[in-house]
Design a protein around this ligand. Structure first.
Ligand code: F6R
Length: 601
C-alpha cells in the first residue's frame, strides 16, 4: 500500500523535482512518509522523512537535487511505525544501493538474521531494508549489481513491487514485481517505472504492465525483463493508455473526490458508450450456464456487486455475495461448474485477487469487472468487462462505484435478454443515467452542503433502506464513515428494530434511501418509528414524490428502475459525506489509516 517510482534519463536533470511530482501523484497510495534516492555525480543522495510529500520535499529540498537515475517512495506503514528511519528508500551498509518497495517481504526476519550474522547493520524496522543488504552481500561475493539484484529477488517471498538504484550500475533502475502493481512507462531516450498508470502519464502514454514473477531493469536506452532467468520479449505488450495526463489532475476542484463526483456523468457516458453487446452476451451466457454464481468484492466494489446480486432475483436467479477477504470459508464450496463475478476498480485488491484465484483453483470461471486495463485481476480472469471511469485518485470510491453499477446493470440486461425477458425499460434507464446523475448533482449539491452543518455535529448516523436500496445505504454510510470519521451504519430498515434503534435519540441522523419503489410502504413505517424518537429524518427520494413532506431534509433524484437508481441515489450521499468531511476540516482525499488500493491481506 505504498507508491513507488523510478526513472532513468540520458542526461542530468532536476531529478528531485521530477521525483517529487511523481510522489504527489502517488500520494493517494499512502502518505505517512516519503523519500527519494538519486544517483548524482557518482554518489547516492537519499532524502526522506515522515509527513506528506509536499512537506517532506520542502523540508529536505528535493527540488535542488540533480541527477539522471532515481527512485522515490510514498509510504503506508506495514512493518514499523511511520518514522524517518522507516521511510523509504532503504540503503545497504555502504550507502551505495537504495531500495523502494510496495508490499511485504514475508521471509524478511529470517533473511535479516542471516545478514546480521554476516555483519550487516540494520537501521530500520522494515522488511524492505533486507533487500538492500542482500544485494550488498552478493556484490561482496563478487556478483555484478544486476546479478546481485536477480539473486536477491530469488531469495525473497511475499508481495513486492521493487525499484532499486545501485552506484555500481548508475544508469539503471532495477525492478521486480510479485502481487503488487508495477508498470513500466516506455519513453523516447528515457524510461520509468511506477505503481500506477496516472504517474506514468506525466512521462509517456506507452505503458507496459509487469506480470507477477517478472523482474528486470530500465535504462535510458531500453527496458529489459526476465522471468526465472529467461529473457521475456516485450513485443506486443506495450499499450497506449487512453487517459490524458490532465484527466489525472484535480482540474480546478479543491479535492479529487469532488472532481470525481462531478466527473460521474462523463464517466458513465464513457462506460455506457464502451459497452460491447457481444461480450456482455457472452458473459451473460457464462452466468446462465453456471451451477452457482458468486459475487466477490471488497468495500465499495462489494456493494456494487450486491446491486447485481439483488438485481438477479428479479429473474428468479440466486447468486451468492461473498466479501472477498472471507473467501476461505467458502473455498470448499467452489466447484468447476460455478462462475464468480469479481468486482474491483483497481484490479489489484489482494483480497479480491486471492478470492478469484481460489475460485479458479477449483476449476470455476471468473468474470472480472474492473477499471484498470491489464490489472492483475483482469489478466488472471477468464473474462473481463471494463468500466471506463478514468483514473480515480481520491481514496474514497465515487465514480468507480457508479460506473460499476452501470456496467453490472448492462450485464443484468444481457442476462434478461438471454432469458427472453423484456428489458426495454431498464435499457432506457441506463441510457438516461449520465443525465440523471448530472441532475442529481445539480439538484442536491447545495442541500448537501447545508445539511453537512447538522451532520458534522453528530457522532453517529444510520442509513436505512430495503431491497435494492440497501447497497446504496451501505455505500452512503461507508462514505461518511471513511472520510468524515462519523460512525455511520447501514441496516435493512426492518432490522433496525432488532437492536440498532436503541441508540436513536433526539436529532440522531437517520438517512432513508427510497431508491427501490417496492420498499416504499414498509420504509415509511420505519420513518414513522424514527420520527417518534425525534430522529433527524433525511431521505433520498424520487423527485416529485409526496415523500418530501414526511422527512425533514430530502434529496430528490429523478426516478428510474431500482437497479439504475442505485447509481444515481448514491450521489447525494457522496456529496453529503464530502461536505461533512470538509466542514470538519478532514482531508477527503486522504482519509486517515486508509490507502486507495489494499495490497496486503
Ligand atoms: C471505499 C473504497 C474501498 C474500495 C475497496 C476495494 O471508498 O474505495 O472500500 O472499494 O478497497 O477496492 P477495489 O475496488 O480497487 O478492489
Amino acid at each position: 500500500m505504498c507508491g513507488i517510482f523510478g526513472i532513468a534519463l540520458s542526461s542530468d536533470a532536476a531529478l528531485g523535482a521530477i521525483l517529487r511530482r511523481a510522489l504527489e501523484r502517488l500520494e493517494y497510495r499512502g502518505y505517512d512518509s516519503a523519500g527519494i534516492a538519486v544517483v548524482s555525480s557518482g554518489s547516492l543522495v537519499v532524502r526522506k522523512d515522515v509527513g506528506k510529500v509536499a512537506d517532506v520535499a520542502r523540508r529536505h529540498g528535493f527540488d535542488s537535487v540533480r541527477g539522471r537515475t532515481g527512485v522515490a517512495h510514498t509510504r503506508w506503514a506495514t512493518h514499523g511505525k511511520p518514522s524517518q528511519a522507516n521511510a523509504h528508500p532503504h540503503t545497504d551498509c555502504a550507502g551505495r544501493i537504495a531500495v523502494v518497495h510496495n508490499g511485504i517481504i514475508e521471509n524478511y526476519e529470517e533473511l535479516k538474521a542471516e545478514l546480521a550474522a554476516k555483519g550487516h547493520v540494520f537501521t530500520s524496522e522494515t522488511d524492505t531494508e533486507v533487500f538492500a543488504h542482500l544485494m550488498e552481500e552478493y556484490e561482496r561475493e563478487g556478483l555484478s549489481p544486476w546479478d546481485a539484484f536477480r539473486k536477491a529477488v530469488s531469495r525473497i517471498r511475499g508481495a513486492y513491487a521493487l525499484a532499486v538504484v545501485d552506484l555500481g550500475e548508475p544508469d539503471k533502475v532495477f525492478f521486480a514485481r510479485n502481487l503488487s502493481p508495477l508498470i513500466v512507462g516506455v519513453g523516447d531516450g528515457y524510461n520509468v517505472v511506477a505503481s500506477d498508470i496516472p504517474t506514468i502519464l506525466d512521462h509517456t502514454k506507452n505503458a507496459l504492465p509487469l506480470r507477477d514473477g517478472e523482474y528486470g531493469y530500465i535504462s535510458p536506452a531500453g527496458v529489459y525483463i526476465e522471468r526465472d532467468g529467461v529473457a521475456v520479449s516485450i513485443s506486443g505488450r506495450v499499450q497506449q493508455v487512453p487517459w490524458s495526463a490532465e484527466q489525472a489532475l484535480r482540474g480546478g476542484y479543491p479535492h479529487f473526490m469532488l472532481k470525481e463526483i462531478h466527473e460521474q456523468p462523463e464517466a458513465l457516458s464513457s462506460t455506457i458508450a464502451g459497452l460491447e453487446p457481444r461480450r456482455l452476451a457472452e458473459a451473460a451466457e457464462m452466468l446462465l450456464n453456471a451451477r452457482r454464481i458468486y459475487v466477490l468484492g471488497a468495500g465499495t466494489s462489494y456493494y456494487a456487486g450486491l446491486v447485481f446480486q439483488l438485481g438477479l432475483t428479479s429473474y428468479k436467479l440466486l447468486a451468492y455475495p461473498i466479501i472477498a477477504s472471507e473467501y476461505a470459508t467458502y473455498e470448499g464450496v467452489f466447484d468447476s461448474d460455478d462462475v464468480a463475478i469479481a468486482v474491483s476498480q483497481s484490479g489489484e485488491t489482494i483480497d479480491t485477487i486471492k478470492a478469484a484465484r481460489a475460485v479458479k483453483e477449483r476449476g470455476a470461471k471468473v468474470i472480472a469487472i474492473t477499471n484498470v486495463v491489464a490489472s492483475t485481476l483482469a489478466r488472471e480472469s477468464d473474462y473481463v468487462l471494463y468500466t471506463r471511469a478514468g483514473p480515480e485518485i481520491g481514496v474514497a470510491a465515487t465514480k468507480t462505484f457508479t460506473t460499476q453499477v452501470a456496467l453490472l446493470t448492462a450485464l443484468h440486461i444481457a442476462v434478461g435478454r438471454a432469458l427472453g425477458i423484456d428489458v426495454s425499460a431498464e435499457e432506457s434507464s441506463l441510457k438516461r443515467l449520465p443525465d440523471v446523475v448530472r441532475r442529481a448533482i445539480e439538484l442536491n449539491e447545495g442541500s448537501a452542503k447545508a445539511l453537512a452543518e447538522d451532520v458534522a455535529s453528530s457522532k453517529n448516523a444510520y442509513y436505512l433502506s430495503r431491497g435494492l436500496g440497501m447497497p446504496v445505504a451501505l455505500e452512503g454510510a461507508l462514505k461518511l464513515k471513511e472520510i468524515a470519521y462519523i460512525h455511520a451504519e447501514a441496516y435493512p430498515a426492518g432490522e433496525s428494530k432488532h437492536g440498532p434503534i436503541a441508540l436513536v435519540e433526539e436529532k440522531f441522523p437517520v438517512v432513508f434511501v427510497f431508491s427501490d419503489p417496492s420498499a416504499k410502504e414498509k420504509l415509511l413505517n420505519n420513518v414513522a418509528e424514527m420520527r417518534a424518537r425525534d430522529a433527524l429524518l433525511i431521505g433520498v427520494v424520487p423527485k416529485g414524490d409526496d415523500l418530501t413532506k414526511k422527512l425533514k431534509y430530502v434529496f430528490e433524484v429523478p426516478n428510474m428502475d431500482p437497479m439504475t437508481n442505485a447509481a444515481s441515489f448514491v450521489v447525494p450521499l457522496q456529496l453529503l459525506a464530502y461536505y461533512t468531511a470538509v466542514r470538519l476540516g478532514r482531508d477527503p482525499d486522504k482519509p486517515r489509516n486508509l490507502a486507495k488500493t489494499v495490497t496486503v491481506e
